[in-house]
Unconditional design. Structure first.
Length: 368
């Protein structure tokens, strides 16, 4: 028997069930059905941005500090560093701030990969580190994800030994898949990797997931670097603020490539975000609700997704992914790209319920 795929209206109803959204500042669909037409212009589901932007308290803090931004306000960075360290239970000397997490990621490639020190990454994963390492003449070993989307840590450890890796990159949850690698697997990797291989754990999407952080490892080891960013759940992609946590010796190596004061607007917004009670839980719940409804809607139509706990997912569209993304753009919905290892899968950012309704309209129009 053929099961009819959910309609757009039932998709929106899925997005409104199981959670009291009124407490999160979002109207429930059952009380006030959202319509795709509520989203004007193109729907941008391509860069894993948070559709809600900075929290209201963060916006207010950024506006308020502009009047004093003729000064460097150096103490503000120390205040944010210390608050982050306290909340994470690590030493403040193990924390350094950057404009987003891409900068320490790039610095890591410069410092710890070379023609004689390779890099191990998952496939697919965020590609910036691998691209820079390749440009530096490093051997880059790409290890396919497991079927459940987790990093294959045993194969990665073996690859690190084979290519004399100076660095191993593990994004958790992973980008583009949103899939997770359990902390026990990461613990196995740290216990079994080659001694000379540093492990960089990118936790840009961790706050969306149910997983525990491995940031406490930086207090126990000098070969682990953990990155966080305010670009994702906190909605500050354009403000540029991130954190590197590591042993002080590793932080000094990262700092050896130069330094620059951070924008005080970003620091003020970051402090306000960390101090906002319930912000992480609220946004995590909003994202999970809409993501799960979307994945269920796709599954009912016969399209599978890699298991995800982030604000993105990868869906098998059963045709050329690049062509499919172009067709979606023609319908006013801009989604992410495909990866060479998965040419028929595309990445989609999780937007608001109304934005995902537009996604559903375009997807249904293309797939029939």
């Amino acid at each position: 028997m053929t099961v009819a795929a959910p309609s757009r209206r039932s998709f929106l109803q899925l997005a409104g069930t199981g959670l009291a959204l009124s407490g999160l500042g979002v109207s429930t669909v059952s009380a006030s059905p959202l319509r795709a037409s509520a989203v004007g212009g193109p729907v941008l589901l391509n860069f894993n941005e948070c559709p809600y932007g900075p929290a209201p308290v963060a916006q207010a803090a950024a506006r308020e500090i502009v009047a004093g931004s003729g000064r460097y306000l150096f103490a503000l960075a120390g205040e944010l560093r210390d608050l982050f360290a306290t909340q994470e239970g690590i030493g403040k000397d193990h924390v350094r701030l950057y404009p987003g997490s891409s900068e320490p990621l790039n610095r890591a490639a410069i410092l710890w990969t070379s023609a004689s020190a390779g890099l191990v990454v998952a496939d697919p994963t965020f590609e910036a580190l691998g691209d820079l390492a390749t440009a530096r003449g490093a051997t880059v070993a790409k290890v396919p994800l497991r079927e459940d989307g987790a990093h294959d840590v045993r194969a990665m450890a073996a690859a690190a030994a084979r290519i004399n890796a100076g660095l191993l990159y593990l994004c958790n949850p992973n980008n583009p898949t949103g899939s997770i690698t359990p902390a026990d697997d990461i613990a196995w990797l740290l216990a079994n990797k080659p001694r000379q291989t540093r492990v960089l754990v990118d936790e840009a999407y961790l706050q969306y997931s149910e997983q525990r952080s491995v940031i406490g490892q930086v207090m126990q080891r000098d070969d682990v670097i953990v990155l966080r960013t305010f670009s994702k759940l906190y909605g500050m992609a354009g403000l540029r603020l991130g954190v590197a946590a590591a042993h002080p010796d590793r932080l000094r190596e990262l700092a050896s490539l130069g330094d620059n004061p951070l924008p005080v607007t970003a620091l003020a917004a970051g402090l306000a975000s960390l101090r906002a009670p319930g912000l992480v839980a609220q946004r995590k719940a909003e994202n999970a609700q809409v993501r799960q409804a979307t994945v269920a809607w796709l599954a009912a139509r016969g399209f599978s997704c890699v298991p995800t706990e982030a604000n993105c997912f990868v869906v098998d569209v059963k045709r050329d992914g690049s062509a499919f993304a172009a067709a979606m753009a023609e319908h006013g919905v801009v989604i992410g790209r495909s990866w060479p290892i998965w040419p028929q899968r595309v990445r989609v950012t999780v937007g608001t319920a109304a934005e995902m309704a537009r996604f559903g309209d375009a997807f249904a129009a293309i797939t029939g």
